[in-house]
Design a binder for this molecule. Structure first.
Ligand code: PCA
Length: 224
């Protein structure tokens, strides 16, 4: 009797960042850590903490991509002042740091990858993710800029690394602060969401990414 070869369980690589800019936590790693080992829509979540450092973050990410061979990659980051879950649409080939990264590097107007395209688009269904989050009562909006700091650096490097890997879908999502971070800031206190809400929203985003292969046609645009 023939036996079916067991299909390996697909892997979702979920990354977060270590704290930066004098903070003691980063919601992106708190969330990724909380989801490590979970099965979401049949795929196993493997979480990875990235250093908030130009270059080093991409070295760590590149090693994980080679080792884990994920079918989906979602990189998370903290966006101070944002109130929404923010699936990012576009990564740009630019490092322009307002503050030094955790390794003390502060590139100004340098490419992430010299000679590579100006930008890459997310290959995750960002409209469907934003819609699913809003349907669940969570604040969400597609974002058209991941900035020019380490988050955009990782997003761009991720999309560049995967540019020839057909079938692998990847992207980036910024998250609001945690309440304890917001409470430490001067007035006006920035927006925040509790950890449980962030975890719930990222889990929903991952299941939407697994089950949606063609993105929703819904407006997520904005005027300049
Ligand atoms: N947010 C920063 C870098 C690390 C993080 O969590 C950013 O938006 O670039």
């Amino acid at each position: 009797r023939e036996r079916m070869a067991a299909m390996p369980q697909p892997v979702i690589l979920l990354t977060g960042f270590e704290p930066f800019d004098g903070e003691s936590v980063n919601p992106s790693w708190q969330v990724a850590q909380a989801l490590h080992g979970e099965t979401v829509a049949g795929a196993r979540v493997q979480s990875l903490c990235l250093p908030c450092a130009f270059g080093d973050a991409l070295d760590v990410l590149g090693a994980a991509l080679a080792r884990q061979r994920p079918g989906i990659v979602l990189a998370l980051g903290q966006a101070t002042g944002r109130a929404d879950f923010s699936p990012e649409r576009v990564a740009i080939n630019l490092n322009d740091a307002r503050i030094p990264c955790n390794a003390g590097r502060q590139p100004i107007d340098e490419p992430v990858v010299p000679g590579a395209p100006a930008a890459y688009f997310s290959t995750l269904p960002i409209k469907a993710i934003a819609a699913a989050l809003r349907e669940a009562g969570l604040p969400a909006a597609v974002s058209h800029s991941a900035g020019t700091y380490v988050c955009n650096h990782v997003f761009y490097g991720l999309m560049h690394a995967l540019r020839r890997r057909r079938g692998v879908r990847a992207g980036f999502m910024h998250l609001p602060l945690l309440p304890e971070q917001a409470a430490q800031r001067a007035w006006p206190t920035p927006a925040s969401l509790p950890l449980a809400t962030l975890v719930h929203g990222v889990r929903l985003s991952l299941s939407t990414a697994v089950t949606t292969t063609a993105d929703l046609r819904a407006s997520g645009g904005a005027e300049g």
